[in-house]
Design a protein around this ligand. Structure first.
Ligand code: DHK
Length: 147
């Protein structure tokens, strides 16, 4: 059984569906999780969200110990959490940084990600479908990486 893909979500993403729908749309986090599980197919998946930075860090450590791939939407932590960046630096597997919105089209405070420097790839602006692309990409990377 392959290591699960860890999909980790940061603060306020639990409010998807009603949170600034003009930016994030109307898809709820539960619906995003369903999309992720459908995209993962038989590949095991861990899907979590927290508003607490320390929890996300502990889940990154858990993924690292499982030698798992990580899809992470750090949300606002993207731009100032050196702690999450430092945790991700320890990962041996692929990391995809994901944003529902195109953060580069938004206010300047959304333009400098601390996570991008340690991510394998960045997906931003595809809406919730970006999670599907991220999981498909992780599966492709894992399939093309020698065991
Ligand atoms: C989600 C958030 O909560 C914001 O803080 C980020 C990201 C953008 C998103 O687009 O998924 O800046």
């Amino acid at each position: 059984m392959p290591a699960p893909i860890y999909v980790l979500n940061g603060p306020n993403l639990n409010r998807l569906g009603t949170r600034e729908p003009d930016i994030y749309g109307h898809t709820t986090l539960a619906e995003v999780e369903t999309m992720c599980r459908e995209a993962a197919g038989d590949h095991p998946l861990v899907f979590r969200q927290s508003n607490k930075e320390f929890e996300i860090i502990e889940w990154v450590h858990e993924a690292i110990d499982a030698k798992a791939a990580i899809v992470i939407n750090p949300a606002a932590f993207t731009f100032y959490s050196m702690a999450i960046m430092d945790a991700l630096k320890m990962a041996s597997g692929p990391i995809i940084e994901l944003h529902i919105s195109n953060v580069h089209k938004r206010e300047p405070m959304y333009h400098k990600s601390l996570v991008s420097a340690v991510a394998t790839a960045v997906i931003a602006g595809l809406g919730p479908y970006g999670y599907v692309v991220a999981i498909q990409s992780i599966k492709h990377i894992l399939a093309s990486t020698p065991a």
